[in-house]
Write a protein that binds this ligand. Structure first.
Ligand code: ZN
Length: 494
Protein backbone atom coordinates (compact mmCIF):
# COMPACT_ATOMS: atom_id res chain seq x y z
CA UNK A 1 0.00 0.00 0.00
CA UNK A 2 1.55 3.27 -1.03
CA UNK A 3 0.34 6.84 -0.93
CA UNK A 4 1.70 9.80 -2.78
CA UNK A 5 1.97 13.05 -0.93
CA UNK A 6 -0.05 15.04 -0.41
CA UNK A 7 -3.00 13.16 -1.91
CA UNK A 8 -3.52 10.01 -3.84
CA UNK A 9 -4.34 10.27 -7.55
CA UNK A 10 -7.68 11.98 -7.99
CA UNK A 11 -10.45 10.81 -10.27
CA UNK A 12 -13.09 13.04 -11.77
CA UNK A 13 -16.64 12.74 -10.43
CA UNK A 14 -18.03 12.08 -13.89
CA UNK A 15 -15.78 9.04 -14.36
CA UNK A 16 -17.63 5.82 -13.57
CA UNK A 17 -16.67 4.40 -10.19
CA UNK A 18 -14.68 1.21 -10.64
CA UNK A 19 -16.20 -1.75 -8.83
CA UNK A 20 -14.54 -2.41 -5.50
CA UNK A 21 -11.51 -4.44 -6.50
CA UNK A 22 -10.51 -5.40 -3.00
CA UNK A 23 -11.75 -8.26 -0.87
CA UNK A 24 -12.14 -8.44 2.89
CA UNK A 25 -8.97 -10.58 2.93
CA UNK A 26 -7.00 -7.78 1.20
CA UNK A 27 -8.20 -5.25 3.72
CA UNK A 28 -7.37 -7.53 6.65
CA UNK A 29 -3.86 -7.85 5.26
CA UNK A 30 -3.45 -4.06 5.30
CA UNK A 31 -4.93 -4.00 8.79
CA UNK A 32 -2.33 -6.47 10.01
CA UNK A 33 0.33 -4.10 8.63
CA UNK A 34 -1.14 -1.29 10.70
CA UNK A 35 -1.35 -3.48 13.79
CA UNK A 36 2.41 -3.93 13.46
CA UNK A 37 2.58 -0.22 14.24
CA UNK A 38 4.25 2.84 12.79
CA UNK A 39 8.02 3.09 12.56
CA UNK A 40 9.03 6.44 14.10
CA UNK A 41 11.60 7.36 11.43
CA UNK A 42 11.47 11.10 11.96
CA UNK A 43 9.06 13.76 13.19
CA UNK A 44 8.33 14.72 9.60
CA UNK A 45 7.60 11.11 8.65
CA UNK A 46 5.27 10.75 11.64
CA UNK A 47 3.22 13.76 10.58
CA UNK A 48 3.09 12.35 7.03
CA UNK A 49 1.80 9.04 8.43
CA UNK A 50 -0.86 10.87 10.51
CA UNK A 51 -2.13 12.65 7.40
CA UNK A 52 -1.96 9.58 5.15
CA UNK A 53 -3.89 7.48 7.69
CA UNK A 54 -6.61 10.14 7.85
CA UNK A 55 -6.87 9.95 4.08
CA UNK A 56 -7.05 6.15 4.34
CA UNK A 57 -9.88 6.39 6.91
CA UNK A 58 -11.94 8.61 4.59
CA UNK A 59 -11.23 6.38 1.60
CA UNK A 60 -12.23 3.34 3.66
CA UNK A 61 -15.52 5.08 4.58
CA UNK A 62 -16.15 5.78 0.89
CA UNK A 63 -15.47 2.11 0.05
CA UNK A 64 -17.84 1.07 2.86
CA UNK A 65 -20.47 3.43 1.41
CA UNK A 66 -20.12 1.90 -2.06
CA UNK A 67 -20.35 -1.60 -0.57
CA UNK A 68 -23.50 -0.58 1.35
CA UNK A 69 -25.11 0.83 -1.81
CA UNK A 70 -24.32 -2.35 -3.74
CA UNK A 71 -25.63 -4.51 -0.88
CA UNK A 72 -28.87 -2.49 -0.90
CA UNK A 73 -29.34 -3.15 -4.62
CA UNK A 74 -28.69 -6.89 -4.22
CA UNK A 75 -30.98 -7.22 -1.18
CA UNK A 76 -33.81 -5.37 -2.95
CA UNK A 77 -33.44 -7.66 -5.95
CA UNK A 78 -33.54 -10.70 -3.67
CA UNK A 79 -36.61 -9.36 -1.84
CA UNK A 80 -38.34 -8.60 -5.15
CA UNK A 81 -37.66 -12.18 -6.22
CA UNK A 82 -39.18 -13.37 -2.92
CA UNK A 83 -42.35 -11.46 -3.74
CA UNK A 84 -41.96 -8.62 -1.22
CA UNK A 85 -44.04 -5.59 -2.32
CA UNK A 86 -41.94 -2.68 -3.65
CA UNK A 87 -42.70 -0.34 -0.74
CA UNK A 88 -41.40 -2.86 1.79
CA UNK A 89 -38.17 -3.72 0.00
CA UNK A 90 -34.91 -2.70 1.61
CA UNK A 91 -36.03 -3.62 5.14
CA UNK A 92 -33.07 -4.81 7.20
CA UNK A 93 -30.29 -3.55 4.90
CA UNK A 94 -29.45 -0.67 7.26
CA UNK A 95 -29.39 -3.16 10.14
CA UNK A 96 -26.92 -5.34 8.20
CA UNK A 97 -24.72 -2.32 7.56
CA UNK A 98 -24.89 -1.47 11.26
CA UNK A 99 -24.02 -4.99 12.41
CA UNK A 100 -21.08 -5.25 10.00
CA UNK A 101 -19.78 -1.83 11.06
CA UNK A 102 -20.38 -2.51 14.78
CA UNK A 103 -22.88 0.33 14.90
CA UNK A 104 -26.52 0.45 16.01
CA UNK A 105 -29.23 -0.38 13.44
CA UNK A 106 -30.27 3.27 13.57
CA UNK A 107 -26.74 4.41 12.73
CA UNK A 108 -26.60 1.73 10.03
CA UNK A 109 -29.68 3.24 8.38
CA UNK A 110 -28.17 6.75 8.57
CA UNK A 111 -24.92 5.53 6.98
CA UNK A 112 -26.76 3.65 4.23
CA UNK A 113 -29.02 6.64 3.52
CA UNK A 114 -26.03 8.98 3.22
CA UNK A 115 -24.18 6.50 0.98
CA UNK A 116 -27.14 6.31 -1.40
CA UNK A 117 -27.31 10.10 -1.65
CA UNK A 118 -23.56 10.39 -2.32
CA UNK A 119 -23.78 7.72 -5.01
CA UNK A 120 -26.82 9.14 -6.78
CA UNK A 121 -27.07 12.88 -6.04
CA UNK A 122 -23.77 14.20 -4.66
CA UNK A 123 -20.92 12.84 -6.81
CA UNK A 124 -18.48 15.63 -5.88
CA UNK A 125 -19.00 15.00 -2.16
CA UNK A 126 -18.47 11.28 -2.72
CA UNK A 127 -15.27 11.95 -4.64
CA UNK A 128 -14.00 14.31 -1.92
CA UNK A 129 -14.61 11.56 0.64
CA UNK A 130 -12.81 8.97 -1.46
CA UNK A 131 -9.80 11.27 -1.69
CA UNK A 132 -9.75 12.17 1.97
CA UNK A 133 -10.66 15.83 1.50
CA UNK A 134 -13.83 15.37 3.57
CA UNK A 135 -14.29 13.14 6.60
CA UNK A 136 -17.26 10.78 6.73
CA UNK A 137 -18.85 13.03 9.36
CA UNK A 138 -18.52 16.11 7.13
CA UNK A 139 -19.88 14.25 4.10
CA UNK A 140 -22.91 13.15 6.17
CA UNK A 141 -23.44 16.77 7.26
CA UNK A 142 -23.57 17.79 3.59
CA UNK A 143 -26.34 15.23 3.02
CA UNK A 144 -28.35 16.21 6.08
CA UNK A 145 -28.08 19.96 5.52
CA UNK A 146 -29.32 19.63 1.93
CA UNK A 147 -32.08 17.11 2.70
CA UNK A 148 -34.84 19.74 2.42
CA UNK A 149 -33.80 20.84 -1.09
CA UNK A 150 -34.88 19.77 -4.55
CA UNK A 151 -32.47 17.43 -6.29
CA UNK A 152 -31.07 20.10 -8.64
CA UNK A 153 -30.45 22.56 -5.78
CA UNK A 154 -28.66 19.86 -3.84
CA UNK A 155 -26.57 19.08 -6.93
CA UNK A 156 -25.66 22.76 -7.25
CA UNK A 157 -24.42 22.93 -3.65
CA UNK A 158 -22.52 19.68 -4.16
CA UNK A 159 -20.71 21.18 -7.14
CA UNK A 160 -20.21 24.62 -5.58
CA UNK A 161 -18.56 23.30 -2.45
CA UNK A 162 -16.84 20.08 -3.50
CA UNK A 163 -16.04 20.21 -7.24
CA UNK A 164 -12.73 21.90 -6.47
CA UNK A 165 -11.10 19.53 -4.00
CA UNK A 166 -8.38 22.04 -3.09
CA UNK A 167 -11.06 24.49 -1.87
CA UNK A 168 -11.92 22.05 0.93
CA UNK A 169 -8.45 22.25 2.46
CA UNK A 170 -8.54 24.18 5.73
CA UNK A 171 -12.34 24.18 5.89
CA UNK A 172 -13.65 23.10 9.30
CA UNK A 173 -16.99 21.35 9.80
CA UNK A 174 -18.74 24.43 11.25
CA UNK A 175 -17.64 26.63 8.39
CA UNK A 176 -18.66 23.94 5.89
CA UNK A 177 -22.14 23.64 7.42
CA UNK A 178 -22.50 27.44 7.47
CA UNK A 179 -21.66 27.56 3.77
CA UNK A 180 -24.25 24.88 2.95
CA UNK A 181 -26.92 26.78 4.91
CA UNK A 182 -26.07 30.03 3.15
CA UNK A 183 -26.44 28.43 -0.26
CA UNK A 184 -29.60 26.55 0.76
CA UNK A 185 -31.26 29.73 2.04
CA UNK A 186 -30.39 31.47 -1.24
CA UNK A 187 -31.46 28.63 -3.55
CA UNK A 188 -34.75 27.68 -1.88
CA UNK A 189 -35.80 29.92 1.03
CA UNK A 190 -39.26 28.33 1.16
CA UNK A 191 -37.78 24.86 1.65
CA UNK A 192 -35.65 26.11 4.52
CA UNK A 193 -38.73 27.62 6.22
CA UNK A 194 -40.68 24.43 5.59
CA UNK A 195 -37.85 22.45 7.10
CA UNK A 196 -37.97 24.65 10.22
CA UNK A 197 -41.71 23.94 10.52
CA UNK A 198 -41.08 20.22 10.21
CA UNK A 199 -38.34 20.45 12.82
CA UNK A 200 -40.92 21.91 15.23
CA UNK A 201 -43.02 18.80 14.80
CA UNK A 202 -40.03 16.74 15.93
CA UNK A 203 -39.83 18.33 19.39
CA UNK A 204 -39.17 15.72 22.05
CA UNK A 205 -37.58 14.94 25.40
CA UNK A 206 -34.88 12.29 25.79
CA UNK A 207 -32.94 10.77 28.66
CA UNK A 208 -29.46 9.27 28.52
CA UNK A 209 -26.86 8.35 31.10
CA UNK A 210 -24.10 10.81 31.96
CA UNK A 211 -20.84 10.07 33.83
CA UNK A 212 -20.73 9.89 37.66
CA UNK A 213 -24.26 8.58 38.25
CA UNK A 214 -25.77 11.61 36.56
CA UNK A 215 -28.16 11.77 33.63
CA UNK A 216 -28.88 14.13 30.74
CA UNK A 217 -32.57 15.08 30.42
CA UNK A 218 -32.65 16.80 27.05
CA UNK A 219 -35.52 18.68 25.46
CA UNK A 220 -35.48 19.48 21.73
CA UNK A 221 -37.73 22.54 21.52
CA UNK A 222 -38.75 25.30 19.12
CA UNK A 223 -36.26 28.08 19.75
CA UNK A 224 -38.71 30.53 21.39
CA UNK A 225 -39.99 27.90 23.82
CA UNK A 226 -36.49 26.73 24.69
CA UNK A 227 -35.37 30.28 25.40
CA UNK A 228 -38.51 30.92 27.49
CA UNK A 229 -38.00 27.75 29.55
CA UNK A 230 -34.36 28.59 30.18
CA UNK A 231 -35.25 32.19 31.12
CA UNK A 232 -37.78 30.91 33.67
CA UNK A 233 -35.09 28.80 35.33
CA UNK A 234 -32.71 31.79 35.29
CA UNK A 235 -35.37 33.90 37.03
CA UNK A 236 -35.74 31.23 39.73
CA UNK A 237 -31.98 31.32 40.28
CA UNK A 238 -31.96 35.13 40.41
CA UNK A 239 -34.78 35.09 42.97
CA UNK A 240 -32.99 32.53 45.15
CA UNK A 241 -29.84 34.64 45.03
CA UNK A 242 -31.77 37.84 45.85
CA UNK A 243 -33.51 36.46 48.95
CA UNK A 244 -30.60 34.28 50.07
CA UNK A 245 -30.91 30.61 49.17
CA UNK A 246 -32.90 29.18 52.08
CA UNK A 247 -32.29 25.66 50.85
CA UNK A 248 -28.53 26.14 51.24
CA UNK A 249 -29.07 26.85 54.95
CA UNK A 250 -30.89 23.56 55.35
CA UNK A 251 -28.58 21.17 57.17
CA UNK A 252 -30.33 18.17 55.57
CA UNK A 253 -29.02 19.18 52.16
CA UNK A 254 -25.88 21.17 52.65
CA UNK A 255 -24.80 22.34 56.06
CA UNK A 256 -22.82 25.33 54.90
CA UNK A 257 -22.79 26.52 51.31
CA UNK A 258 -25.87 27.90 49.55
CA UNK A 259 -26.73 26.25 46.27
CA UNK A 260 -24.99 27.43 43.16
CA UNK A 261 -26.96 29.06 40.36
CA UNK A 262 -26.79 25.86 38.32
CA UNK A 263 -28.02 23.77 41.27
CA UNK A 264 -31.02 26.07 41.84
CA UNK A 265 -31.92 25.88 38.14
CA UNK A 266 -31.65 22.06 38.08
CA UNK A 267 -33.68 21.69 41.29
CA UNK A 268 -36.35 24.09 40.02
CA UNK A 269 -36.61 22.14 36.76
CA UNK A 270 -37.21 18.85 38.60
CA UNK A 271 -39.64 20.39 41.09
CA UNK A 272 -41.76 22.04 38.40
CA UNK A 273 -41.83 18.96 36.18
CA UNK A 274 -42.63 16.43 38.90
CA UNK A 275 -44.73 18.63 41.16
CA UNK A 276 -42.54 17.60 44.08
CA UNK A 277 -41.89 20.14 46.79
CA UNK A 278 -38.20 19.32 46.74
CA UNK A 279 -36.12 17.92 43.89
CA UNK A 280 -34.17 15.48 46.08
CA UNK A 281 -37.30 13.71 47.33
CA UNK A 282 -37.43 11.50 44.26
CA UNK A 283 -39.29 8.31 45.15
CA UNK A 284 -37.53 5.10 44.23
CA UNK A 285 -39.65 3.45 41.61
CA UNK A 286 -39.29 0.11 39.88
CA UNK A 287 -36.21 -1.33 38.29
CA UNK A 288 -33.36 -0.39 40.54
CA UNK A 289 -31.55 -3.74 40.37
CA UNK A 290 -28.97 -4.28 43.06
CA UNK A 291 -27.46 -7.21 44.97
CA UNK A 292 -28.80 -7.79 48.47
CA UNK A 293 -25.39 -7.45 50.01
CA UNK A 294 -24.98 -4.03 48.41
CA UNK A 295 -28.48 -2.89 49.39
CA UNK A 296 -28.63 -4.16 52.95
CA UNK A 297 -24.98 -4.44 53.84
CA UNK A 298 -21.87 -2.65 52.83
CA UNK A 299 -21.24 -4.42 49.51
CA UNK A 300 -19.76 -2.38 46.70
CA UNK A 301 -21.37 -4.14 43.72
CA UNK A 302 -22.83 -1.53 41.41
CA UNK A 303 -26.59 -1.48 40.83
CA UNK A 304 -28.49 -0.79 37.63
CA UNK A 305 -31.22 1.79 37.34
CA UNK A 306 -33.52 1.31 34.38
CA UNK A 307 -33.03 4.27 32.07
CA UNK A 308 -30.18 5.58 34.22
CA UNK A 309 -27.57 2.87 33.71
CA UNK A 310 -25.00 1.66 36.23
CA UNK A 311 -24.94 3.38 39.61
CA UNK A 312 -22.55 2.80 42.53
CA UNK A 313 -23.84 0.81 45.53
CA UNK A 314 -23.77 3.82 47.85
CA UNK A 315 -25.86 5.92 45.44
CA UNK A 316 -28.35 3.03 45.11
CA UNK A 317 -28.56 2.76 48.93
CA UNK A 318 -29.24 6.49 49.19
CA UNK A 319 -31.97 6.25 46.55
CA UNK A 320 -33.57 3.37 48.46
CA UNK A 321 -33.27 5.27 51.75
CA UNK A 322 -34.97 8.29 50.20
CA UNK A 323 -37.70 5.95 48.99
CA UNK A 324 -38.20 4.46 52.46
CA UNK A 325 -38.47 7.92 53.97
CA UNK A 326 -41.40 8.65 51.67
CA UNK A 327 -42.85 5.11 51.92
CA UNK A 328 -42.22 4.60 48.23
CA UNK A 329 -39.59 1.86 48.18
CA UNK A 330 -40.52 -1.71 47.41
CA UNK A 331 -38.42 -4.78 46.96
CA UNK A 332 -38.79 -7.80 44.79
CA UNK A 333 -36.23 -10.55 44.81
CA UNK A 334 -34.53 -11.73 41.67
CA UNK A 335 -32.67 -15.02 41.70
CA UNK A 336 -29.51 -15.46 39.71
CA UNK A 337 -27.26 -18.45 39.17
CA UNK A 338 -23.50 -18.30 39.71
CA UNK A 339 -23.00 -17.44 36.02
CA UNK A 340 -24.90 -14.20 36.52
CA UNK A 341 -28.06 -15.40 34.75
CA UNK A 342 -31.22 -14.04 36.26
CA UNK A 343 -33.33 -17.17 36.56
CA UNK A 344 -36.51 -16.20 38.40
CA UNK A 345 -38.32 -13.40 40.10
CA UNK A 346 -40.65 -13.62 43.07
CA UNK A 347 -43.91 -12.07 42.14
CA UNK A 348 -47.57 -12.82 42.49
CA UNK A 349 -47.69 -12.55 38.75
CA UNK A 350 -44.72 -14.85 38.34
CA UNK A 351 -46.24 -16.96 35.60
CA UNK A 352 -48.35 -14.23 34.14
CA UNK A 353 -47.09 -12.79 30.86
CA UNK A 354 -46.90 -9.32 32.44
CA UNK A 355 -44.57 -10.66 35.14
CA UNK A 356 -42.43 -12.41 32.55
CA UNK A 357 -42.25 -9.30 30.38
CA UNK A 358 -41.13 -7.25 33.37
CA UNK A 359 -38.54 -9.87 34.27
CA UNK A 360 -37.14 -9.81 30.70
CA UNK A 361 -36.96 -6.01 30.71
CA UNK A 362 -34.98 -6.18 33.93
CA UNK A 363 -32.73 -9.00 32.66
CA UNK A 364 -31.93 -7.10 29.45
CA UNK A 365 -31.58 -3.83 31.40
CA UNK A 366 -34.23 -2.11 29.24
CA UNK A 367 -31.95 -2.03 26.16
CA UNK A 368 -32.71 -3.83 22.89
CA UNK A 369 -30.87 -7.16 22.60
CA UNK A 370 -29.64 -6.64 19.03
CA UNK A 371 -25.83 -6.27 19.10
CA UNK A 372 -24.73 -2.60 19.17
CA UNK A 373 -28.35 -1.39 19.40
CA UNK A 374 -28.84 1.05 22.27
CA UNK A 375 -32.55 1.75 21.70
CA UNK A 376 -35.00 1.21 24.56
CA UNK A 377 -37.00 -2.03 24.65
CA UNK A 378 -40.49 -1.58 23.20
CA UNK A 379 -41.44 -5.19 22.51
CA UNK A 380 -41.01 -8.40 24.48
CA UNK A 381 -40.77 -11.10 21.90
CA UNK A 382 -40.39 -14.84 21.40
CA UNK A 383 -36.91 -15.67 20.06
CA UNK A 384 -38.21 -18.88 18.44
CA UNK A 385 -41.62 -17.89 17.09
CA UNK A 386 -44.60 -19.10 19.11
CA UNK A 387 -46.17 -20.28 15.86
CA UNK A 388 -43.16 -22.56 15.29
CA UNK A 389 -43.42 -24.12 18.74
CA UNK A 390 -41.36 -21.54 20.65
CA UNK A 391 -42.39 -21.57 24.29
CA UNK A 392 -43.34 -18.55 26.38
CA UNK A 393 -40.44 -18.51 28.81
CA UNK A 394 -37.57 -16.35 30.00
CA UNK A 395 -35.12 -18.45 27.97
CA UNK A 396 -37.10 -17.96 24.76
CA UNK A 397 -37.87 -14.30 25.41
CA UNK A 398 -35.98 -11.11 24.66
CA UNK A 399 -36.53 -7.39 24.63
CA UNK A 400 -36.32 -5.59 21.27
CA UNK A 401 -36.73 -2.04 20.04
CA UNK A 402 -39.44 -1.25 17.46
CA UNK A 403 -37.13 -1.36 14.43
CA UNK A 404 -35.27 -4.55 15.39
CA UNK A 405 -38.58 -6.29 16.05
CA UNK A 406 -39.67 -5.31 12.53
CA UNK A 407 -36.40 -6.34 10.87
CA UNK A 408 -36.38 -9.80 12.46
CA UNK A 409 -39.52 -10.59 10.43
CA UNK A 410 -37.82 -9.68 7.14
CA UNK A 411 -36.95 -12.65 4.88
CA UNK A 412 -33.60 -14.26 5.59
CA UNK A 413 -33.40 -13.06 9.20
CA UNK A 414 -33.47 -15.48 12.12
CA UNK A 415 -32.78 -15.26 15.83
CA UNK A 416 -32.11 -18.20 18.11
CA UNK A 417 -31.21 -18.76 21.70
CA UNK A 418 -27.85 -20.45 22.04
CA UNK A 419 -26.94 -22.84 24.83
CA UNK A 420 -23.58 -21.90 26.22
CA UNK A 421 -22.52 -24.44 28.82
CA UNK A 422 -21.72 -22.86 32.10
CA UNK A 423 -18.88 -25.29 32.55
CA UNK A 424 -17.05 -23.36 29.83
CA UNK A 425 -16.49 -20.71 32.49
CA UNK A 426 -16.70 -18.05 29.79
CA UNK A 427 -17.97 -14.64 30.69
CA UNK A 428 -20.70 -14.89 28.06
CA UNK A 429 -22.22 -17.90 29.83
CA UNK A 430 -25.38 -15.88 30.22
CA UNK A 431 -28.54 -15.81 28.16
CA UNK A 432 -27.20 -15.70 24.60
CA UNK A 433 -29.10 -14.87 21.41
CA UNK A 434 -27.62 -15.34 17.94
CA UNK A 435 -28.81 -13.16 15.05
CA UNK A 436 -28.57 -14.68 11.55
CA UNK A 437 -28.68 -12.21 8.66
CA UNK A 438 -29.70 -12.94 5.03
CA UNK A 439 -26.02 -12.98 3.94
CA UNK A 440 -25.26 -15.84 6.35
CA UNK A 441 -23.46 -13.74 8.95
CA UNK A 442 -24.02 -14.42 12.66
CA UNK A 443 -23.86 -11.96 15.52
CA UNK A 444 -24.00 -12.93 19.19
CA UNK A 445 -25.55 -10.97 22.03
CA UNK A 446 -25.27 -12.01 25.70
CA UNK A 447 -27.57 -10.61 28.35
CA UNK A 448 -25.88 -8.12 30.66
CA UNK A 449 -24.59 -9.46 33.99
CA UNK A 450 -26.93 -9.06 36.94
CA UNK A 451 -25.60 -7.15 39.94
CA UNK A 452 -24.57 -9.98 42.26
CA UNK A 453 -22.61 -10.10 45.48
CA UNK A 454 -18.93 -10.86 44.97
CA UNK A 455 -18.55 -14.65 45.35
CA UNK A 456 -16.93 -16.09 48.47
CA UNK A 457 -13.64 -17.80 47.61
CA UNK A 458 -14.91 -21.21 48.81
CA UNK A 459 -18.17 -21.13 46.84
CA UNK A 460 -17.38 -22.30 43.35
CA UNK A 461 -19.69 -23.56 40.65
CA UNK A 462 -20.74 -26.96 41.86
CA UNK A 463 -21.59 -29.85 39.60
CA UNK A 464 -24.14 -31.32 42.01
CA UNK A 465 -27.52 -29.63 41.41
CA UNK A 466 -28.16 -29.41 45.15
CA UNK A 467 -24.86 -27.68 45.70
CA UNK A 468 -25.52 -25.48 42.71
CA UNK A 469 -28.77 -24.41 44.28
CA UNK A 470 -26.81 -23.42 47.39
CA UNK A 471 -24.55 -21.31 45.22
CA UNK A 472 -27.45 -19.35 43.75
CA UNK A 473 -27.17 -15.71 44.66
CA UNK A 474 -29.77 -13.06 44.33
CA UNK A 475 -30.21 -9.51 43.32
CA UNK A 476 -33.19 -7.32 44.09
CA UNK A 477 -35.47 -5.07 42.19
CA UNK A 478 -36.53 -2.25 44.44
CA UNK A 479 -40.27 -2.22 44.08
CA UNK A 480 -42.06 -4.43 46.65
CA UNK A 481 -42.39 -3.90 50.38
CA UNK A 482 -38.95 -2.91 51.50
CA UNK A 483 -39.84 -3.42 55.16
CA UNK A 484 -40.81 -7.07 54.58
CA UNK A 485 -37.39 -7.90 53.25
CA UNK A 486 -35.66 -6.10 56.07
CA UNK A 487 -37.66 -8.15 58.58
CA UNK A 488 -36.75 -11.33 56.70
CA UNK A 489 -33.08 -10.54 57.02
CA UNK A 490 -33.52 -9.51 60.65
CA UNK A 491 -31.62 -6.37 59.86
CA UNK A 492 -32.24 -3.11 61.56
CA UNK A 493 -32.33 0.06 59.56
CA UNK A 494 -31.45 3.07 61.63
ZN1 ZN B 1 -32.81 -2.54 18.44
Amino acid sequence: MTTTAPHAAESTPSAPVAPVAVSAADVLEWTSLLIEGVVPLSDRALVDVLGALEQLKAAACAAQAQAAVDLDVMERDRQAFAGIPAQRRGLGVGSQVGLARRESPYRGRVLLGAAKVWATEMPHTFRALRHGRLSEYQAIQLVQETACLEREDRAEIDALLCADLASLDGLGTRRLVALVRQHAARLDPAAVVKRARKAESERCVTLRPAPDSMTYLTALLPVAQGVAAFAALCRAADLAAAVGDQRGDDAMVSPAAPRSRGQVMADTLVERLTGQVRADEVPVTINLVISDSALLGSGHEAGHLSGGGVIPAQVARELAAAGIATDAAWLRRLYADPGGNLVAMTSRSRFHPDGLAEFLRIRDQSICRTPYCGAPIRHIDHIARAGSGGETSAANGEGLCVQCNLVKEAPGWKREQVDVTRSSGRSEARHVVETHTPTGHRYVSGSPAAPLPAPHPESSCASDPEDAREAVGFASVVDISFRALVAEHELLVA
